[in-house]
Design a binder for this molecule. Structure first.
Ligand code: ATP
Ligand code: MG
Length: 565
């Protein structure tokens, strides 16, 4: 456990307030057991991170434990690939479920027994209506439902039919097992919900063993009770399901009755967080897989260079609410910068190189300049950066005809090369098309380290690399995947994919980075001075240098906060 497990003095949100009160009152013997219950039908995303941080965080703060439970009740969409990725993601985020790894599918036998118990007590029945008919009979918010013609089957008949369902003697869709609650209930979830359905599909864990599968609401409530969960924290869309959750537990002989508490799910601007939509992005090739650095998945964020610490910090900052809202993605970027600013070593990398020849610098000479690894953290030390007659600087750092307030290099102008010398531009070399291909400069040998003994000032410091020593790298500049603030809305039938940002990825193949980066291990994060934070790509970076831009340096969120204060 890498997160602080100290319980705050005063509970910071409504869920922690409830748990604090429960513990104080000795409810559940003062125990706190939570669970994070993903369905293994996709990769975890930043919204799941909110739920993970909450569930594991609350458990840790109250000396309890959080279970990782796979809610694997729908064989059609689930896969071991997702089971494995989810475990890796939760661990990467910094949480540990110890030996509390569970699968709802491990409870199928027990869930069948509970179903039989309901039947025996006259609280469940086998219904032959089709899915469409069930929907039709259910009524609407303004109209009560109608009873199924099979609602009053005898206990014996129901037991026999359910046994036939379970034994595979019925066709898929021929019938289902429904809870007998109230077809006139104002809550549609209580109008005799289906609790078991026939599905002739192989399951990634139980194989061909089952041809009936429990429905989510039934399985979820009972899994919580079987595991002795005390607080079942879930997102707001389950609020209307809570009466059913409680009904299931009230009408069965269960070991305990966990308390379901709902909180608002995370919605992030310029981002979609629905697994269905994320799957569509992957399947239709809008991105290069679940771990594409533009994806809001934990795998994508990780590959992009976002740290688990930054995600946890973000989840803490956004807090918990009872109402849905849209969180500004700039807030996530702020947490990322905050963390990387402290920890990422600074290096020099030239993304769009322009050659510079220092005419009065001796040919063949190389000097090792001392460069600070992180001014925020002196313990990170210094390194040597080679300086020589031929360098690369950023194309952007030169203007032949500088506009007002442009203080970087231009003909006749002097600037500081970071950690090196002051140089003055003396000439421009162009190719036959008139494009600038090289700058001629002179340096002042008395300015080693960057300051002039005569005290003259230069207005600009630029970064550089030594041409002969630099490594060539590919750099991928990522931008927001969507151009619309809330692409998931799909108002007026507009597909969310129509808001895809065509410029979400720019690949620069001829960047030059300082030699210390030649050995960059996958996933190492750096600040490229004056540009942003970058991370060595873990997938394509195995035999060449590939860096993904995590985030640029400018902090929109800090500006927003400042403007508001
Ligand atoms: P879908 O995207 O299909 O609606 P889901 O997000 O509910 O699926 P699950 O695997 O069931 O996916 O989610 C596991 C847990 O994570 C649930 O408890 C769910 O409430 C929570 N969760 C999912 N999305 C978010 C989100 N955006 N913010 C906070 N919690 C979330
Ligand atoms: Mg779900």
């Amino acid at each position: 456990m890498t997160t602080a497990a100290a319980r705050p003095e005063s509970p910071s949100d409504f869920i922690r307030q409830i748990v604090t009160a429960d513990v104080a009152a000795g409810k559940n013997g003062g125990r706190v057991v939570t669970r994070f219950p993903p369905e293994p039908n996709g990769y975890l995303h930043i919204g799941h991170a909110k739920s993970i941080c909450l569930n594991f965080g609350v458990a840790a703060e109250f000396g309890g434990i959080c279970h990782l439970r796979f809610d694997d009740t729908n064989p059609a969409k689930e896969d071991v690939e997702f089971v494995d990725a989810i475990q890796e993601n939760v661990r990467w985020l910094g949480f540990d479920w110890k030996d509390k790894l569970f699968y709802a599918s491990d409870y199928f036998d027990q869930l069948c027994k509970y179903a039989v118990e309901l039947i025996r007590n006259g609280k469940a029945y086998v219904c032959d209506l089709s899915g469409d008919e069930i929907r039709e009979y259910r009524g609407t918010l303004t109209e009560p439902g109608r009873n199924s013609p099979h609602r009053d089957r005898s206990v014996e008949e129901n037991l026999r039919l359910f046994e036939e369902m379970r034994a595979g003697r019925m066709q898929e869709g021929a019938c289902s097992l429904r809870a007998k609650i109230d077809m006139a209930s104002p809550n549609l979830n209580l109008r005799d919900p289906v609790i078991f359905r026939i599905k002739k599909a192989a399951h990634h864990r139980t194989g061909e063993k089952w041809c009936v599968y429990p429905m989510y609401d039934f399985a979820h409530a009972l899994s919580d009770a079987i595991e002795g969960i005390t607080h079942s924290l879930c997102t707001l869309e389950f609020e209307d399901h809570r009466p059913l959750y409680d009904w299931v537990l009230d009408n069965l002989d269960v070991p305990c009755h966990p308390q379901q508490i709902e909180f608002a799910r995370l919605n992030l601007s310029y981002t979609v967080l629905s697994k269905r939509k994320l799957l569509e992005l992957v399947q239709h090739g809008h991105v290069h897989g679940w771990d594409d650095p533009r994806m809001p998945t934990l795998a994508g964020l990780r590959r992009r260079g976002v740290t688990p610490e930054a995600i946890r910090d973000f989840c803490e900052r956004i807090g918990l609410a009872k109402r849905d809202s849209l969180v500004d993605v700039a807030m996530l970027e702020h947490s990322v910068r905050d963390d990387l600013n402290r920890r990422a070593p600074r290096v020099m990398a030239v993304l769009r190189p322009l050659k510079v020849v220092i005419e009065n610098y001796p040919e063949g000479e190389v000097e090792e300049m001392d460069a600070v690894n992180n001014p925020e953290d002196p313990s990170m030390g210094t390194r040597k950066v080679p300086f020589s007659r031929e360098l690369y600087i950023e194309q952007d750092d030169f203007r032949e005809d500088p506009p007002k307030k442009y203080f970087r290099l231009s003909p006749g102008r002097e600037v500081r090369l970071r950690y090196a010398y002051l140089i003055t531009c003396t000439g421009v070399v162009k190719d036959e098309k008139g494009e600038i291909v090289e700058l001629r400069c002179t340096y002042d040998p008395a300015t080693r380290g960057g300051n002039a003994p005569d005290g003259r000032k230069v207005k600009s410091t630029i970064h550089w690399v030594s041409a002969a020593h630099a490594a060539t790298a590919e750099v991928r500049l990522y931008d927001r995947l969507f151009t619309h603030e809330n692409p998931g809305l799909e108002k007026d039938g507009v597909e969310f994919t129509s808001y895809l940002n065509p410029a979400s990825l720019e690949i620069l193949r001829d960047c030059r980075v300082e030699p210390s980066l030649k050995a960059a291990a996958p996933e190492t994060r750096y600040q490229f001075e004056r540009q942003g934070y970058f991370c060595a790509d873990a997938v394509d970076g195995k035999d060449r240098l590939v860096f993904n831009r995590t985030v640029s340096l400018k902090d929109a969120w800090a500006r927003i906060e400042k403007a508001e204060s």
